[in-house]
Design a protein around this ligand. Structure first.
Ligand SMILES: [Zn+2]
Length: 190
């Protein structure tokens, strides 16, 4: 960052007593600006062995397939955020208490933490295209256009979830991606 969000003056990186890294401090008013990861939430909407994918209408990765999701808001829980994003992007109403955690992913080089949920529906609900989701696809593992995923790095993650769907047996996937690769561990639910 370059300028203070409080007074508009220049900021500079400075060591802070008692802190383990440098922070942006305003040269004028002295405010310390902390930078922390953003939390994103996303949902695998599952019907049988199919998962709902949206063709993205907004940058990045316009025209590529992704799960519905987005940034958490300040006044909501992660599962409520996942429920809201799903409703906004697809029109599908799944209450927050039907969202089950499936992964905690740290995208270290982008300072993002992704909390991903799954929910299971009996039938494929109606969907109406939105600005963010211009098309919908219910794909099983074989039918998913893998070469057109919005974010190629999530492929192992998606394959794991399809595997769990087939087995009817789930875990929680925890790990990270950085510019060198990824490392994950699966924690079985029972
Ligand atoms: Zn300032």
């Amino acid at each position: 960052m370059n300028f203070c969000s409080d007074c508009g003056s220049k900021v500079s990186l400075q060591a802070i007593v008692g802190d383990n890294r440098q922070r942006f401090v305003c040269d004028d008013c002295g405010k310390t600006h902390y930078q922390n990861p953003n939390v994103l939430v996303a949902t695998y909407v599952c019907v049988g062995e199919s998962i709902l994918w949206i063709k993205r209408g907004t940058a990045p990765a316009v025209g590529k397939w992704a799960m519905p999701g987005g940034y958490m808001e300040n006044d909501e829980t992660p599962e409520a955020g996942a429920s809201r994003e799903l409703r906004e992007e697809t029109g599908i109403d799944v209450p927050a208490d039907k969202m089950m955690l499936v992964s905690v992913s740290s995208i270290l080089h982008m300072a993002q933490t992704h909390l991903v949920f799954r929910c299971h529906l009996e039938h494929r609900p109606d969907t109406a295209p939105t600005e963010e989701a211009i098309e919908f696809g219910w794909f099983d593992e074989e039918g998913l256009p893998w070469e057109d995923l919005a974010f190629a790095s999530i492929e192992p993650h998606v394959r794991q979830v399809y595997g769990w769907l087939k087995e009817g047996n789930y875990g929680i996937r925890v790990g990270f991606i950085d510019e060198h690769g990824s490392q994950y561990r699966n924690f079985p639910l029972k």
